[in-house]
Design a protein around this ligand. Structure first.
Ligand SMILES: [Zn+2]
Ligand SMILES: [Zn+2]
Length: 328
């Protein structure tokens, strides 16, 4: 097999030949059809997240077909199309695992971080942490659903079913999917982009957003909730200003630059700030079940696996709309 490997933080990924991994008990191996490029991958490469101390293969939005099955796997079969997400393993016995918060497990493994991921021709995953996908050949279109879609979904749930108007800060892979879901649910969606990025604002309106503007602008009305997808701490006070009394601000990223000090007035009147961490398997089931009903269309830019460094660089500089996807 081949993989794009991160040998040390802040270095380009290296095209590497490796022996085919063998699935252990409870695991399956897939031939990768496509793997999405997530902002978290940038945080791994840039060591915004602690480097795990060993070479790794990034990538946690994997669509593949099972080509080997380890012992003690039930319910999956050879050739089956599956998705592999960020949460790759949980202990099953800690307080969080036992109280429906497996996303916060004390001893997790994360695909493409503490376990090798999908910037590769083959990948191994725990069978219990794969999602069966309907048959189809457009793996590129499906890959961004596995994290951008899933984390976006969890963030939307956190924003509350009572939030009829929702602002999305950072209109990238996650927002372009979740805007479609929120609009389908009958909510009014407001898109905040980098100031002056009229191209992305137009893109947001084409996906059903009722308003799009720069993150330095105030929305035309105060909102029920906002979700911050951009890793920019300065957006937290801006988002608090955009919500009315009892409004919620959901921080969806795994990493954010420092949040500047702000007046308590912005939080007063029962406004809330919360973060979303990882996903649960139930999130995946709930979201993937809705995908065909909503008729979600992803906007993707495919790259050859060998061009993973270029894909990451283009993501860093916002050079495409929607999501980048690697194709082995
Ligand atoms: Zn646990
Ligand atoms: Zn991700």
């Amino acid at each position: 097999m081949y993989a794009m490997r991160l040998l040390a933080p802040h270095t380009p990924l290296q095209w590497t030949e490796l022996p085919d991994p063998q699935p252990g008990p409870g695991q399956v191996r897939v031939t990768v059809g496509a793997c999405g490029v997530c902002r978290t991958d940038l945080h791994v490469v840039d060591a915004d997240l602690p480097f795990p101390g060993h070479a790794l293969t990034p990538g946690h939005e994997i669509v593949g077909r099972i080509d080997a099955i380890g012992p003690n796997v039930e319910g999956l079969h050879m050739g089956q199309r599956v998705g592999i997400p960020w949460l790759g393993h949980t202990c099953g016995c800690c307080h969080y695992c036992q109280t429906d918060h497996e996303n916060l497990c004390d001893h997790p493994l994360f695909t493409g971080y503490t376990r090798d991921g999908g910037y590769a021709t083959k990948a191994v995953a725990d069978a219990h942490f794969t999602f069966p996908l309907p048959d189809g050949d457009d793996d590129v279109a499906v890959a961004p659903l596995l994290c951008a879609g899933l984390i976006g979904w969890r963030s939307l749930v956190m924003a509350g079913t009572d939030a009829r108007s929702i602002g999305l800060y950072g209109f990238g892979a996650a927002a372009h999917i979740i805007a479609q879901v929120a609009a389908w649910q009958g909510r009014k969606v407001y898109a905040f982009t980098r100031p002056g990025d009229t191209k992305t604002q137009e893109f947001a309106r084409s996906l059903g957003c009722v308003w799009a503007g720069g993150s330095d602008e105030a929305p035309p009305e105060q909102l029920d909730a906002t979700i911050i997808f951009a890793p920019v701490g300065a957006l937290v006070p801006a988002a608090l200003k955009a919500v009315h009394k009892a409004g919620r601000v959901v921080c969806a990223g795994i990493h954010m630059s420092e949040i500047p000090a702000f007046s308590y007035d912005l939080l007063w009147e029962e406004r809330q700030i919360m973060s979303v961490a990882n996903l649960t398997r139930q999130d995946g089931i709930d979201f993937l079940e809705r995908v065909p009903r909503v008729g979600i269309r992803t906007t993707t830019t495919p790259y050859a696996l060998k061009d993973a460094n270029k894909a990451l660089d283009d993501l860093r500089h916002g050079r495409f709309e929607g999501a980048a996807v690697l194709v082995p």
